[in-house]
Design a protein around this ligand. Structure first.
Ligand code: FES
Length: 134
């Protein structure tokens, strides 16, 4: 696989359903930030690691994005809950605002970030200034 637009995040086996997620570095609006990918009901979903309530990362223990039941993604700061497949606000102080979804694919035992697809929301790979085109 020599598609340079796909940035490897982790092996498929690293993500178990409703369990720890995998963080990855990126730039959001040109500033260092993180994204994360989780597995839920067998599928992978990724989001900008930034709560809709306040611009805080969701996980206070790295990779701990799910609540205790593995049902919702939960912000550790004030408890906002998000749907794991869509990032929609499911309750708490997110007040109807959701997480910014990122584009990921799972192929041949690995999970990749399709970074080019997220350029439109101001998210780019580390070291690549916003607006740079390849
Ligand atoms: S910062 Fe996430 S719920 Fe307040």
């Amino acid at each position: 696989m020599a598609d340079r637009r796909l940035i490897p995040i982790c092996a498929s086996a690293a993500l178990r359903d409703g369990d720890l997620g995998q963080r990855f570095d990126l730039l959001a609006g040109g500033m260092p930030a993180t994204g994360f990918v989780v597995r839920y009901r067998g599928r992978v979903a990724a989001f900008l690691n930034r709560c809709a309530h306040m611009p805080m990362e969701l996980d206070w223990i790295a990779g701990q994005f799910f609540d205790g039941d593995g049902r919702y993604l939960m912000c550790a700061t004030h408890g906002a809950e998000y749907e794991p497949d869509s990032g929609r606000c499911a309750g708490g102080p997110c007040g109807g605002r959701g997480l910014a979804a990122l584009s990921v694919v799972e192929r041949e035992g690995f999970i990749y970030w399709e970074a080019e697809r997220d350029r439109g929301i101001g998210v780019t790979p580390p070291g690549e200034p916003e607006g740079t085109s390849r």
